[in-house]
Ligand binder design. Structure first.
Ligand SMILES: [Mn+2]
Length: 432
């Protein structure tokens, strides 16, 4: 368990305090997912389940009532454990994870009916469709037992927002893990930058990333690694990673490890041969300036949208200065004239999910930033290879620079500190 057991107990208590009297919360870890034949993808529980339990085994259900938190899980089974590995079982769930009660999964159908009978409301994550179907079936079973005195629940509430608001503010334990994850990813990007050579394939740099992640104890990337050289960098979610890297190409790497369930998310863009061309350097300098302006806005009390707006202004002005856009900056921003070159937002929440839980607006307004929130700051510029409206020298260049930033009372704190960001620093590192 990555955090002390009491952290998870406190979270469950905090959630419990936010539900109506005589109600039940049900959450599911999820099940194994087939890759092919009898092989499964590595299991990873739903992030909200993980947040409330720290429990990483598949096929577990968390049930919270007004009095108790209960885990239904796979019981100890020596012959199954011989083949598929250790299980905490029912006793382990209580002793090591601090649940008030635990039962084998096989007892869920009966026990859940007892809990749902006559209850006021059932809370769950509406996005979990399989669970929704199960809840509906349990409700129907109780309806069919009405003449025996059962009373089926009639109120179903989505608890997503309540949990998401809790997940949005990171505590000191979470911040420590996220900084560790961020620093493993920093090291991975440095290694990839130093390993890059003309003629290598993109996947050879991906190998450097995965090697550093794993060697550091972060067994998996938080999302699919993007290693995009040349014009591939203009494909925002490029994951083929199989092209040969050419001299005079930039390579954009968007990759971050997951550590103890927490994501990191970094993008670096650098020249394959270690030396920026003048066109690449000109665009890169704008993106870096945009990122610096944006990070300054990641502060308590600023609205979420402020850092995007700050980046957008620098990017648009830069495009005008270089002649890729013509006109006045304000009206180019109003008319979204920058969109052929910048089509995504400047960041997102970061936490257990790479695009982490939490609302971006409150009552229709961009929400104010609070200490403990973590955002990515990732401006970019992308010039399509077939954009004939701009001079040839700019075509096919894609650049993004991304860091993970914690909001603190003392201003922005860059969790991904230590990366080579300035052009001179990148060239110096690559020349080593
Ligand atoms: Mn990102």
């Amino acid at each position: 368990m990555p955090l002390p057991m009491t952290c998870y107990q406190e979270r469950r208590t905090k959630l419990q305090q936010q539900i109506a009297q005589n109600s039940v919360v049900i959450l599911r870890a999820g099940s194994l997912c087939t890759r092919n034949s009898d092989c499964y993808y590595e299991f990873r529980p739903h992030s909200s389940f993980l947040y409330l339990t720290g429990y990483k085994e598949s096929d577990a259900y968390l049930v919270i009532t007004n009095q108790e938190s209960i885990l239904f899980n796979l019981p100890k089974d020596p012959s199954k454990e011989l083949w598929d590995g250790f299980r905490h079982g029912v006793d382990g769930a209580v002793q090591q994870f601090g649940f008030d009660l635990a039962f084998p999964l096989t007892q869920l159908p009966q026990k859940i009916l007892d809990l749902l009978d006559s209850c006021h409301a059932v809370y769950s994550l509406f996005e979990d469709q399989e669970l929704q179907q199960q809840i509906h079936a349990w409700q129907q079973t109780l309806v069919s037992k009405q003449r025996q005195g059962a009373k089926a629940p009639t109120k179903f509430i989505d608890i997503t927002d309540t949990i998401n608001e809790m997940r949005l503010i990171k505590d000191t334990h979470e911040i420590a893990i996220m900084e560790q994850a961020a620093q493993i990813s920093v090291e991975a990007h440095k290694q990839a930058m130093m390993a890059a050579k003309v003629g290598m394939h993109e996947y050879e740099l991906e190998a450097e990333l995965n090697y550093t992640f794993m060697k550091s104890g972060a067994r998996t990337p938080a999302y699919n690694n993007i290693v995009a050289s040349g014009k591939n960098a203009c494909v925002l979610h490029y994951i083929e990673n199989d092209k040969k890297m050419q001299a005079d190409d930039l390579v954009l790497i968007d990759a971050g490890c997951e550590l103890d369930g927490y994501a990191s998310d970094i993008t670096c863009t650098f020249p394959v041969n270690g030396k920026f061309t003048s066109a690449q350097a000109a665009l890169y300098a704008i993106v870096l300036e945009a990122q610096k302006a944006a990070i300054e806005q990641v502060k308590v009390g600023a609205q979420y949208v402020n850092f995007h707006d700050a980046a957008l202004r620098v990017l648009t002005k830069g495009l005008v200065d270089l002649g890729l856009l013509q006109g006045e900056v304000d009206s180019l921003i109003d008319s979204k004239a920058y969109q052929p070159f910048y089509m995504h937002n400047t960041g997102h929440w970061l936490g257990l999910d790479v695009h982490d839980a939490g609302a971006y607006k409150l009552d229709g307004q961009s929400r104010p930033l609070q200490a403990g929130m973590v955002v990515t700051v990732e401006p970019g510029l992308y010039v399509a290879h077939d954009n004939y409206d701009v001079d040839e020298q700019w075509r096919g260049i894609g650049i993004r620079i991304e860091d993970d930033v914690l909001v603190t009372e003392n201003g922005p704190y860059i969790l991904t500190h230590g990366l080579a960001r300035e052009i001179a620093d990148i060239e110096a590192l690559m020349a080593r």
